[in-house]
Write a protein that binds this ligand. Sequence first.
Ligand code: 8DG
Length: 253
Amino acid sequence: MRSFIKTFQTHGFYLAVGLWKYPQAHCTVSFRICWTPARNSRSPSSSFVWIGAIERDGIKRLVAKSERFLCTGQTMAIGSGEGTNQELVSTNLEETLPARKLLTLVIIHHEEKVLLGMKKRGFGKGYYNGFGGKVEKGETIEEAAARELEEESGVTATDMEKRGILTFHFDNDPVLWEVHVFYVTKFLGDPYETEEMAPSWFSVADIPYDTMWADDPLWYPLLLTGQRFKGDFFFTNTTTLTSHSIGVVESVS
Ligand SMILES: Nc1nc2c([nH]c(=O)n2[C@H]2C[C@H](O)[C@@H](COP(=O)(O)OP(=O)(O)OP(=O)(O)O)O2)c(=O)[nH]1
């Protein structure tokens, strides 16, 4: 996390501006607070204006606007509502961001064919998919992608390139799933069936979208024609896609 905070005093007002950058979460949080000092220690609240914004993947959202805050000594609590006993929203803006689970997905595209695995267990069982899984503690997203590919298909990628970031919102899970999609054309070894996946090659014209996640037809064509992309997908009942947005981007890092 990179952060910046500065305070000013002018004409009886105080002004604070701040910026937090979370490169890992592709997110920037910025705010401006303008307030008048507390009148005395028995009346520690004072009026203020707060404007905050979260910018993620180029989309900016206003996150807070308030009228009062609690100011005791050097500590400041950001509150919502009126009066001095405000509900504490958070003194740490990082807590206001929804939790994210990082996952990887590797698609091999070789001689006009795509390697997909039939998922044999767990999440997405019964669907064809690329190879991937959760990023574990202590490893980078790239390391996780290479590890999952080897564990699930037996092959080692030699030209893996990150090409997309897909965020999945499930109505029954407050955690966002952020899937980093990698594209591979060169690899070592022959794919074989593992505990988790049974691999098969499909020609690009015969990709079995009927037995794949509902979002896949929306971004595979971008991946297979050399584009970089970012998308958001909203699911109900885990597998029903209700809405989405997807766009081609210059860079996904
Ligand atoms: N194509 C596609 N892949 C998806 C979607 N949603 C989603 O999680 N995936 C991918 C990301 C991961 O590669 C995989 C889910 O990871 P997983 O549950 O198999 O993770 P894992 O291998 O670490 O799990 P496990 O060993 O604990 O069973 O499915 C989707 O909508 N479309």
